[in-house]
Design a protein around this ligand. Structure first.
Ligand SMILES: Cc1cc2nc3c(=O)[nH]c(=O)nc-3n(C[C@H](O)[C@H](O)[C@H](O)COP(=O)(O)OP(=O)(O)OC[C@H]3O[C@@H](n4cnc5c(N)ncnc54)[C@H](O)[C@@H]3O)c2cc1C
Length: 382
């Protein structure tokens, strides 16, 4: 089939690589000049790798990622460093970390020349015909995949948009400049409306993130965006080692800040005629479970597998199946992520001790089993 994909993010590129390997004629339209990733680090769970394996990309992504994060002690800590939930190192970690830019490069390398067209914003038709308007020209396909992210224009044009909502917190992300063993332990530290996360990357550098609730904590404060490290250190500078060292080891100009949003409600369908939503365009979720990209990858693998051996006459049935398989799974994680963010960002004098007490009551083995269950993925039967 001739397949047009809008957006060269993680979802669009995994779909493109899987579909091209299966013999489809794929074009990816990316409005940015450089289809490389913006962003810092990323973690992917076992479900993402099961999906990547199913479309022949698992080894490509393993080669640029590391399982060091799962081989360290991790869990949740208080700002003092005392563990609320301590997870022992695992010999068979179900999580890997990587640089977003490495992932993008690795996926781009798997595509044939000319498959990705940069600086090519593409507009879908309102009725979901598989036609894209690119630079004032119409380009025809058999299927259009809209992988155009959180603010998807395709979702809006297909009448499937139900709005975005603010998650109520802002997030900073950074990567330390130097190699070194600043992080002997991974995981998150939870304060009142503030969190800090530590993730070792493949080359011994460290990806960290910090969050701060926007309403209760920021009221009346000036945003210190001039130097984002100062803003982060204002929140976590006195927390346990090596938090301050990690922030100070990060050049200010690589620190990113985003106010976190997710979809207010998921589209009633991921499909509009011969157009299909994929990744954040379909189900943008908060990053609290680290599953946004994982779900985009599951979408891409599911669609690729369902299209194997299908002809044009089967396309409507394939898209119905995709919708039926993907919507419940994505909805469950979208809901759980939002809830997890709400709990983790607790900032009140009662809610913080209650949250911490609840976390301390969770047996580590039960927590690990829940993560393992949540990060299982099986290819769809065709
Ligand atoms: C702070 C933070 C931390 C996160 N951490 C993790 C994590 O650890 N693990 C994880 O799994 N997920 C994580 N996520 C979520 C993850 O980043 C996203 O779910 C994922 O990147 C979505 O990929 P996508 O391909 O669907 O969309 P995007 O990455 O948004 O890609 C969309 C692409 O479409 C292009 N585009 C848009 N409109 C058009 C158009 N009209 N024409 C052409 N091109 C267009 C854009 O330029 C862009 O390149 C995190 C998110 C945030 C905000």
């Amino acid at each position: 089939m001739r397949i047009g994909i809008v957006g060269a993010g993680i979802g669009g590129l995994v779909a493109a690589a899987g579909l091209e390997a299966d013999g489809h004629r794929v074009t990816v339209y990316e409005r940015r000049e450089e289809p490389a990733a913006v962003g810092a680090g990323l973690t992917l769970f076992a479900n993402a790798f099961a999906a990547l394996d199913a479309v022949g990309l698992g080894e490509t992504v393993r080669a640029v990622s590391s399982d060091a994060v799962g081989r360290l002690s991790s869990g949740q800590r208080r700002p003092s460093g005392r563990w609320l939930l301590s997870l022992p190192p695992s010999d068979t970690p179900s999580i890997r970390s990587l640089f977003r830019s490495d992932l993008h490069r690795a996926l781009l390398d798997r595509l044939g020349p000319g498959v990705v067209r940069a600086e090519a914003g593409a507009e879908v038709t309102r009725d979901g015909r598989p036609v894209l308007e690119v630079d004032g020209h119409e380009e025809r396909h058999d299927l259009v995949i809209a992988a155009d992210g959180l603010r998807s224009r395709a979702r809006a044009r297909w009448g499937l948009d139900r709005g975005l909502r603010a998650a109520g917190y802002t997030a900073w992300r950074g990567v330390t400049a130097s190699r070194g063993h600043l992080a002997d332990e991974a995981g998150e530290t939870w304060g009142a409306g503030v969190r800090f996360g530590i993730v070792p990357l493949p080359d011994d550098r460290v990806y960290w993130f910090a969050t701060r609730s926007t309403r209760p904590v920021a009221a009346g404060r000036r945003e210190a965006d001039a130097d984002p490290r100062t803003a982060v250190l204002e929140q976590v500078g006195t927390w346990h080692a090596p938090i301050r060292e990690l922030v100070e080891a990060t050049p200010a100009d690589v620190v990113l800040r985003h106010d976190i949003e997710d979809l207010a409600a998921l589209p009633r369908s991921f499909v509009r005629h011969r157009g299909v939503l994929l990744g954040d365009a379909a189900h943008a979720m908060t990053p609290d479970l680290g599953q946004g990209a994982g779900q985009a990858i599951e979408d891409a693998a599911t669609l690729t597998i369902l299209l194997r051996g299908a002809g044009l006459a089967d396309l409507d049935a394939v898209l119905r199946r995709y919708d039926a398989i993907r919507r419940p799974r994505a909805r469950a994680l979208w809901r759980a992520s939002h809830l997890a963010g709400h709990v983790a960002q607790a900032s009140g004098p009662v809610s913080v001790p209650m949250r911490d007490l609840a976390l301390r009551a969770v047996p580590a083995a039960l927590f690990s089993r829940a993560v393992t269950r949540g990060s299982a993925w099986h290819p769809p039967r065709r």
